[in-house]
Ligand binder design. Structure first.
Ligand code: ARG
Length: 435
């Protein structure tokens, strides 16, 4: 054997040398298939999402077995899904319930009950009045918060029926026979801390509202679009107008925005239920009131607070100054919402004047209020509907709901508002039906 030979001793021991792969080859072998897989996966996902978005937009899924119905058939009053799932989450008509036998009077928020013996409203004597009775009274009016009450003296020139009260489990009852009210004091009752605003104006204005001036104002939105205003009544309930919902009855598309004077980017809250009054189909302007129940309770803060309901005996005389707010059109037919909440001061207009020949010719009923200014130019408009007409005495109250009008700001045809005192009973009954 030649020792200088570079032949290995056993050529079988060594594998033939393989040329190393270039990066391009590696990419072709490994990278391309991965990318191809990813691209096809992404395509599948995108197509699936698109299909489901389109399906969801035009169709409603009834559940098993795989059954879709056109969106148009949801909340149309007919059961199109097997179990009626298409009619479950819809705006509900709530008929007016039994009349309430409990109310709060504008005289220092004193508690009154309907005395079955005399059929008159009687004020409640403070003697033997308890926390439990206060709770019962507030529950009867649909409040579930902790009430505050105190004694207030009967005025020397006050001529009142005064009774003592007992409770049977759910309701206040007049004690029979009811002796004289020896304490000489009545019950002043507050079911919920409401109507407090430090920034709200007390003088004539008509401009952009300060950030936390109207903490009860909300925007009610359908498919992310502002449709109506509304007012917070308590942790769960928003008061608004019924006509906001006449076109879109599917509750799941409605949301509420609270806590800002801007329409823009604040998170919106899901809605659990919507109640409207039973519609009078021959006269659509009537009974324009609705209650929206939120899915989760609101947390009150500097910018989220409730407004008070009016006292049932609150009668507003013509020329009483009131405030309106909203994101609605700033010009008649101007077609543009305002991004910032606007406020304006208006006055109660006498109903006879409002119903005159050159105005609404009898269309304004006793359950409505007219408000505006005589010169015209200051009014609510499209997009303000559902928002509050507010009265300040001690605390802010929602005395009206923006409802309708011919044009906006014309001197002879002012804004017409749903008169809230006419519907207190309905409000109490709706809230009580949803403990
Ligand atoms: N109906 C209107 C709305 O849906 C409110 C109209 C108020 N009109 C008036 N002139 N005040 O927003």
């Amino acid at each position: 054997m030649d020792p200088d030979s570079d032949q290995p001793l056993n050529s079988l021991d060594v594998m033939p040398l393989r040329k190393p792969r270039t990066p391009l080859e590696t990419f072709k072998k490994v990278g391309l298939p991965i990318i191809a897989a990813l691209v096809s996966l992404a395509t599948i996902v995108i197509v699936a999402v698109l299909v489901s978005v389109i399906l969801d937009k035009y169709y409603f899924f009834c559940g098993q077995p795989l059954h879709f119905i056109p969106r148009k058939q949801v909340c149309d009053g007919q059961h199109d899904c097997a179990l009626g799932k298409d009619e479950q989450h819809c705006v509900k008509n709530f008929p007016d319930g039994p009349p309430m036998a409990v109310r709060l009077s504008r005289d220092r928020s004193t508690l009154q009950v309907l005395d079955p013996a005399t059929r008159n409203w009687a004020s409640v004597c403070f003697k033997n009045f308890t926390e439990a009775l206060a709770q019962t009274a507030c529950r009867q009016m649909g409040f579930d918060s902790k009430p505050i009450f105190r004694a207030v003296k009967i005025g020397p020139d006050q001529d009142l029926d005064v009774v003592e009260i007992v409770a049977n489990s759910q309701e206040l009852q007049v004690q029979n026979p009811s002796g004289p009210c020896l304490s000489g004091s009545l019950v002043s009752l507050y079911c919920l801390a409401c109507g407090e605003s430090l920034k709200a104006p007390r003088v004539v204005g008509g401009e952009k509202a300060p950030v936390d001036a109207w903490p009860w104002q909300v925007s009610i939105q359908y498919n992310k679009q502002h449709i109506c205003g509304g007012s917070i009544l308590d942790h769960h309930w928003i008061l608004t107008a019924a006509h906001c919902f006449r076109k879109h009855l599917d509750v799941s598309y409605w949301r509420v925005r609270a806590g800002s004077n801007k329409l823009g980017n604040i998170p919106s809250l899901p809605v659990a239920k919507i109640f409207v009054t039973e519609l009078n189909t021959t006269y659509l302007k009537e009974k324009d009131i609705a209650l929206v129940k939120l899915k989760y309770p609101l947390t009150f803060s500097g910018t989220i607070k409730p407004i008070c309901l009016p006292f049932s005996d609150e009668e507003l005389t013509p020329a009483t100054p009131l405030w309106v707010i909203g994101w609605g059109f700033t010009e008649q037919g101007g077609g543009k919402l305002s991004d910032t909440l606007l406020q304006a001061s208006v006055r109660i207009i006498d109903r006879t004047r409002c119903n005159a020949e050159d105005a609404y010719q009898g269309e304004v009923t006793k359950e409505m209020l007219c408000a505006g200014i005589l010169k015209g130019g200051v009014d609510t408009c499209q997009g303000d509907s559902g928002g509050p007409l507010m009265y300040h005495s001690d605390l802010w109250q929602v005395v009206g709901i923006v409802s309708w009008g011919h044009g906006c700001g014309d001197p002879s045809t002012p804004g017409v508002y749903t008169k809230v005192t006419a519907y207190l009973n309905w409000i109490y009954n709706v809230r009580k039906s949803e403990p």
